[in-house]
Design a protein around this ligand. Sequence first.
Ligand code: NIG
Ligand code: FE
Length: 421
Amino acid sequence: ILNQKPLLIRHAKQLVTLAGSSDKPLCGQEMNDLKIIEDGSVWIENGVIQKVGKDEEIIKHYLHRLAEADTIDATGRLVTPGLIDPHTHLVYAGSRENEFEMRLKGATYMEIMNAGGGIHATTRATRQADHAQLFTESKRRLDQFLLHGVTTVEAKSGYGLTLEHEIKQLEVAQALNEKHEVDVVSTFMGAHAVPAEYREDPDRYVDKVITGMIPEVARRGLAEFNDVFCERGVFTPEQSRRILEAGLEYGLKPKIHADEIEPYGGAELAAAVDCVSADHLLKASDEGIQAMTEKGVVGVLLPGTAFFLMAEVASGRKMIDAGVPVALSTDCNPGSSPTVSLPLIMNLGCLKMGMTPAEVLAAVTINAAHAICRGHEIGSIEQGKKADLVIFDVPNYMSLSYFYGVNHVHTVIKNGKVVVE
Ligand code: NIG
Ligand code: FE
C-alpha cells in the first residue's frame, strides 16, 4: 500500500454513505435513511477513506493535490459501500444438483438429509478434498462474489465434522482471506450436523465439539465466531446452548441457525446467550423476535434459501417493524442456496419480505457489518473506514433492487484499489 497513489471518485449521481452508524446497526425507520450525497465524491488514500462530500467540497479541499490522484468519473452512477455477506458456507467441495432434482419431484430438504444426503453428502466430498482442491473450488466462488460487488464475506466450516477436517476447512478460509481481495471472516460450525458416525449418540458428538474441537480451533486462532444449526433432528436448544456457551469461554462469539424449518426456540436462545446474530428465522416466534429486539441481536435473513427450498420467507417487514436490526445474506451453500448474488437477495428482500429498496441496501452494508462485528471498519462510506466501495451502472439505489437477475457492478474498489473494472 506504500506509495499507492490517492484515488478520487468524482460526481457520483448518488453516493450512498450510510454514515453515522458504526456503533450500532440501524433499526426500524432508521434503515430508510441512507445518508445520500448527490454529486458526491470520495478521496481515498492508503486504503482508507479520507474525505467524503459534495464534489465541490472535496475538490476545494484537495485542489493542491488533484494531479497526484487517480481519478474515476462516476457521473450518472451509484456508489455504495462494498457489499457484505454475513452468512456463507463458502468452503466446500462438490455440488448437489442431483438433490435439486429430487426436491423438484417432492422430496424435502430434511428427508434428503436424514437419508444420508444433504449436509452429509457435502461432508463426504469435503473430507475427500485436500487443501488445494478446496481452495480452488472455493476461490472460484469468491471471485464471483467480488464480481457481484461483495468485498467481505463471513465463511463457516461445518462440512468436516471431525477436528481434522474442520481445521482443513478453516485453514482454507484463512488462506483465501490472505490471498484473495475479498476479506473472509471465519466461523467455526462443527455443530452443523451430527455426523453419520455419531447418529446413535448425538450427545457424544456434542461433547466432542465442546471438548475436542472448540478449544483447538480457538487455540489456533482459526475462527472468530461459533455457530450451531439449532433445529429439530439436528441440535436441540439445550445442546445448542452448551455449544455456544463453550465457545464463549474460548472467546468465540455466538451465532445461530435458528427456527428455519419449524419454531424451536432458536430466536429465544439467541437472545438468552447474547448471540451476535440469529440467522434464518423463518419460523421464529413473536416472543423470540421480541427478545432479539431487546438484546439487539441482528437478524440475518436469507430469502434466497426460502426461495430455493420453495418455502415461505421470514417476515422481514415484521422484524424491522418490531425493531430487530435486520441484515441480508446469500447463505451461499451447495444445498439450500447455491448463489453468490447478493444483489438478487436484495430483490427477494423487496419482493418476498416487504422490505424497501433502502432497507435492503442497509441490510447488506452497515447492518451486515454489524452482524460480523465489523461496524467500525466497513459497511459505510465515511472518513477512517476501509476503502471498500462499489460503483454500479445505475443512477440510483432503487434501481439496484428493481432490475433483477442483472449484474450492475461497474467498478469494485477494495482497500483503495480498483479490483474489478
Ligand atoms: O444455512 N441450515 C443449515 N445449513 C445450511 C445448508 C447447508 C447445506 O445444505 O449444505 C443453511 O441453509
Ligand atoms: Fe447457513
